[in-house]
Ligand binder design. Structure first.
Ligand code: SF4
Ligand code: SF4
Length: 101
């Protein structure tokens, strides 16, 4: 099981809204410098732990919350971020383009 991210990129485009904000990642406008034009992470395999929901869960939370509940919290946060920024459709468009939906 892994977190179902639709790759909308809203989190990577609004890193200043994250509780884990890292100035080092900010290209100067709140967008992560590692986000590509295709809405992908160019350091995906070595991305920070706070960008990796499954690894973060496994390192810190397995004895505190169920994986399902952690996913639910994160999905709710994703939806709030998408609504706040109006950037939620990117993932849908991308999935349609890739034939995922
Ligand atoms: S906001 Fe959520 S769904 Fe969108 S890219 Fe980030 S983790 Fe994935
Ligand atoms: S490092 Fe990658 S996953 Fe993390 S905010 Fe930047 S682009 Fe997104």
């Amino acid at each position: 099981m892994s977190f179902d991210c639709d790759r909308c990129g809203a989190c990577c485009r609004n890193i200043r809204l994250s509780v884990f904000y890292d100035e080092e990642l900010d290209r100067g406008d709140g967008v992560c410098k590692h986000l590509t034009e295709e809405n992908l992470c160019d350091i995906y395999k070595t991305r920070p732990l706070f960008c990796n929901i499954d690894a973060y869960y496994e390192d810190y939370l397995t004895d505190k919350i169920s994986r399902e509940d952690f996913y639910k919290i994160n999905h709710e946060a994703c939806e709030r971020l998408k609504n706040l920024t109006g950037q939620g459709n990117r993932g849908i468009f991308r999935r349609v383009k890739l034939g995922a939906e």
